[in-house]
Write a protein of this length. Structure first.
Ligand code: ZN
Length: 245
């Protein structure tokens, strides 16, 4: 912000505080505490040096680190998955879905209406709905059993996505398929949640699992990734259908 001289923010700050010798003025005592702190950071004062921006700020914003969040953010985009599904996952990973607890925090719903739509009696957060709900989490068990892998569900939804994507190992085709399945699962779970909440309809968890099988088949079929064998074999043993089993 302080060094990008073509950027909007720099120009706004020049208009507000003035510029001297190519450097923004600090605004003197009339400037806000926030602005003076920012100046000290830029100038290396206050016990922080020039590294601070790159090592802390860029990490928080996701530009400079290899954190799990960055990894998960990359996994959201998949060439065989509809964009609306990736966007849902993107919002999910940033806790930007209108879950009941998020709405309650913003004062949109009354506090006692924030319970999980499954009837489990717990608060509906993102982590709860997609990972730890004692009802909905069974979907992950069904999918793992279908693929023939075992695993536990990490509590954190970001960790869950990354770990699930690599359950078959790091080979690109295998990771790509697991990534697609995770995206299919969260799409099906969110759709079910909305149907239960707004349409008063309900599927069993096994029916949700079949939806995941169907979505994954048709997404891959549309891209000619699933070659032979047909949908019945897909339901029985998907890995050989993809040539990765
Ligand atoms: Zn629940």
């Amino acid at each position: 912000m302080l060094v990008d001289r073509e950027g909007l923010w720099y120009r706004v700050l020049v208009a507000r505080y003035g510029e001297e010798g190519g450097v923004l003025k600090d605004g003197g005592r009339r400037a806000s505490g926030w602005w003076r702190d920012l100046q000290r950071v830029r100038d290396g004062g206050g016990g922080v040096d020039g590294e601070w921006f790159s090592s802390c700020v860029s990490k928080v914003l996701g530009n400079g680190g290899n954190s799990t969040v960055d990894e998960a953010s990359n996994l959201v985009w998949h060439k065989n998955v509809p964009l609306k599904v990736s966007i849902l996952a993107w919002r999910l990973l940033r806790n930007r879905l209108p879950t009941k607890i998020n709405l309650a925090v913003r004062g949109i719903m009354v506090q006692d209406a924030h319970l999980c739509v499954s009837g489990c009696g717990m608060v509906e957060t993102v982590q709860h709905l997609f990972v730890s709900c004692p009802i909905f989490r069974n979907l992950w068990q069904y999918v793992r059993a279908w693929i023939g892998v075992s695993g536990v569900d990490p509590f954190d939804v970001v960790d869950h996505f990354v770990q699930f994507s690599y359950l078959l190992g790091h080979a690109a085709k295998k990771r790509s398929f697991m990534q697609l399945l995770w995206l299919a699962c969260v799409w099906v779970l969110w759709t079910e949640r909305n149907n239960r909440q707004f349409n008063n309809t309900e599927n069993t968890i096994y029916q949700l699992f079949v939806q995941v099988q169907n979505h994954s088949f048709w997404w891959l079929k549309a891209a000619n990734v699933v070659h032979e064998l047909g949908v019945h074999n897909w339901f029985a043993c998907p890995l050989p259908c993809l040539g990765i089993g």
